[in-house]
Design a protein around this ligand. Structure first.
Ligand code: PLP
Length: 391
């Protein structure tokens, strides 16, 4: 018999779409896949080389669970220079992607009876990881265009609130938390003694504005914040499985203890490559972000012709979150049904908003060429005109 805990776990909601895309591809049907939450660029050459060197040099054994000191030092330097927040290597844990660090931090901080504030739309992994601890996610549905405000968070705080979860820029909305709101959230967290888990994995994939880390707003909020970040998105390293957490030593050490009883260290090869990623030439990253910006602008321009859709230009990430409520009808009553039909009829795969606790929306990833985006938009347009007529 499976445990009650695991029976409650919802598998990734993108699974159904993924399975269908794979099946169609197996049958030789070309699919325009606008679901992939990872850069379509190769890991930059200099990072690849560092991985190859690590293998050739025989750096292929266990390392310290927390990660090699060189990498933790490089992360400390990065956080000081780019985010204005000072840590020691003992306040850094390196793990198997940001996802694992998130799992660990929820396990370490939360238990039955606790509440975790999660603004929605949100990435479903947070919710499942919170539920696995026994704590209760308190969803705060944000109104379009999905800007988090301190007031909104404050209204949902109770004496059970243990953690406020922030993800800026956000998956799936691409929205940033404004600096003044972030400062106010910091004040509230400090006043009430609530932890903040700040998932900053998209911090570099940002277009016009600047990213701020909440931990940089003073020592008191730093003592309550656990920053989660990683290499997957910025350095196109999703398959290398490497991410990190920074926070108070007591919490970080507890996370390392947990990791020591599960995966131990992440790949030694990935760790060597990550040191070089941080210290090496950042030009390929800048080029990648420039290309994402071009695609974002193209996609927004191309979708303007479809007057039944509405969206806000994303400030960061490679996601466009589109309101399709005007297109829902008896035939396609939910965004899930609509996305399924779009895939079957028009061979375009997108993720329905249900996956992000936001029914009535779809998420389009622009992690593909302008040519593919253009064809995808054309097919969506035809699908809307032909198939969405019936009520
Ligand atoms: N956080 C957010 C908001 C994400 O969207 C993702 C991946 O999609 C992750 C974390 C996980 O990243 P990693 O590959 O480092 O586990």
């Amino acid at each position: 018999m499976l445990s009650k805990r695991i029976l409650k776990l919802q598998p990734s909601p993108t699974f159904a779409i993924d399975a269908k895309v794979k099946q169609m591809q197996l049958e030789g049907i070309p699919v325009i896949n606008l679901t992939l939450g990872e850069p379509d660029f190769p890991t930059p050459k200099y990072i690849q080389e560092a991985g190859v060197c690590a293998i050739r040099d025989g750096f292929t054994h266990y390392t310290a669970t927390a990660g090699i000191l060189d990498l933790r030092k490089a992360i400390v330097a990065k956080l000081a220079q780019e985010n204005g927040v000072n840590y020691t290597p003992q306040e850094i844990a390196v793990g198997v992607g940001a996802k694992q660090l998130l799992y660990h931090v929820f396990q370490v901080l939360c238990e039955t009876g606790d509440e975790v504030i999660v603004p929605t739309p949100t990435w479903s992994t947070y919710i499942e990881q919170i539920i696995l601890t026994g704590a209760k996610p308190i969803l705060i549905p944000l109104k379009f265009p999905f800007k988090i405000t301190a007031l909104n968070i404050k209204k949902h705080i109770t004496n059970k609130t243990k953690v406020i979860l922030l993800n800026s820029p956000s998956n799936p909305t691409g929205s940033l938390i404004e600096k003044n709101e972030l400062k106010k959230i910091a004040q509230i967290a400090v006043e009430k003694g609530i932890y903040v888990i700040s998932d900053e994995i998209y911090e570099k994939i940002i277009y016009e504005k600047k990213h701020y880390s909440i931990a940089s707003f003073g020592e008191k909020i730093k003592q309550l914040t656990i920053i989660i970040n990683g290499f997957s998105k910025t350095y196109a390293m999703t398959g290398w499985r490497i991410g990190y957490a920074a926070g108070p030593q007591k919490i970080i050490q507890a996370m390392i203890n947990l990791q020591g009883q599960t995966t131990s260290n992440t790949s030694s090869i990935s760790q060597k490559a990550a040191v070089v990623a941080l210290s090496g030439d950042q030009l390929p990253i800048k080029k990648m972000i420039k290309e994402f910006k071009k695609r974002r602008d193209f996609l927004c321009r191309a979708l303007t012709q479809m007057t039944d859709l509405s969206w806000e230009k994303p400030e960061g990430t490679f996601y466009l979150f589109v309101n399709i409520q005007k297109l829902l009808n008896k035939k396609y009553p939910t965004s899930e049904k609509w996305a399924e039909a779009l895939l079957s009829v028009a061979s375009v795969a997108v993720i329905p908003g249900e996956a992000f606790y936001a029914p009535g929306y779809i998420r389009i990833c622009f992690t593909t060429s302008i040519k593919n985006l253009s064809e995808g938009v054309k097919n969506i347009n035809t699908f809307i005109k032909n198939k969405n007529q019936s009520t």
